[in-house]
Design a protein around this ligand. Sequence first.
Ligand code: C2E
Ligand code: CA
Ligand code: CA
Ligand code: CA
Length: 277
Amino acid sequence: MIPVGVIIGALLALVVLLRARYQLSFKARLREALRRKEFHMVYQPVMDLRTNRCVGAEALIRWSPPDEPPVSPAVFIPEAESHGLIKQVTAQVMEMVARDSVALLTAYPDTHIAINFSAEDLHSPQMEGQLATLLQHAGAQSRNILIEATERGLMQPDKAKGRLVSVRAQGFKVAIDDFGTGSSSLSYLATYDLDLLKIDKMFVDSFEQNSSTSKVALHIIEIARTLGLEMIAEGVETERQRDTLRAAGVQYAQGWLFARPMSMGDLMGFMRASNDV
Ligand code: C2E
Ligand code: CA
Ligand code: CA
Ligand code: CA
């Protein structure tokens, strides 16, 4: 008889081995995807709650490996971050956004495109050069570009602050993404001068009940208003959520209630329908 401890030990070793192999192959697959350019972008409309018009869109990456189901960015972005590949992903995002945006910004020069930046992007000395190239290739103005920084990206002000001050001075807009989900959100408002705050879906969801989370959300909105920050609420799915946000003074929102992320071609149609009323 083989002792149970030995069997468990062997199984554990197998799990560790399989995980290491999975990690290795995931990294290799990501590398290959970058080389073969298997990514594309979709764009989710951002609505002005006062006018019901579309004022811009958030660029969201999609990965569809050939002969395989699509992989969610919620899965592969953290993997790219931990394997040191995120800067390459962001470089391709900037290229794709530049290419996609030309027609949109020609037809609607006042709209914005929001791009997600990871911590490493915000700390990278290449970031400003990439933004300049993006403007050139998209025929865009700096005010057309909204940089979405997560709280993780803002965690080291010594690395991120100078760069964000500089890009804001050039006219780019900067938003703090997923606001309220980190542990010291409020302190970032004091550390950084920002333009916008994105209210996380968790708070938006809370407006379905009168929970303590919804009370916290209303206080956050109040603080942001006091500081003169504009707000975009994320993940708005119901009319009740929209109405609560509007009543609280939140001007912008995105979510399935208005539109799902879509191709740039479809966004052009959406813009036309929402603006030519
Ligand atoms: P995020 O930046 O917070 O993006 C919002 C996510 O919420 C998107 O998921 C969007 O499709 C989803 N969403 C929008 N409206 C609704 C709604 O009404 N209901 C629900 N349930 N979901 C909604 P997605 O596209 O899967 O992206 C997930 C995360 O992956 C993003 O969260 C962001 O952190 C990251 N990500 C996506 N694209 C990029 C990118 O190009 N670069 C980087 N660095 N990260 C990205
Ligand atoms: Ca975002
Ligand atoms: Ca977000
Ligand atoms: Ca999020």
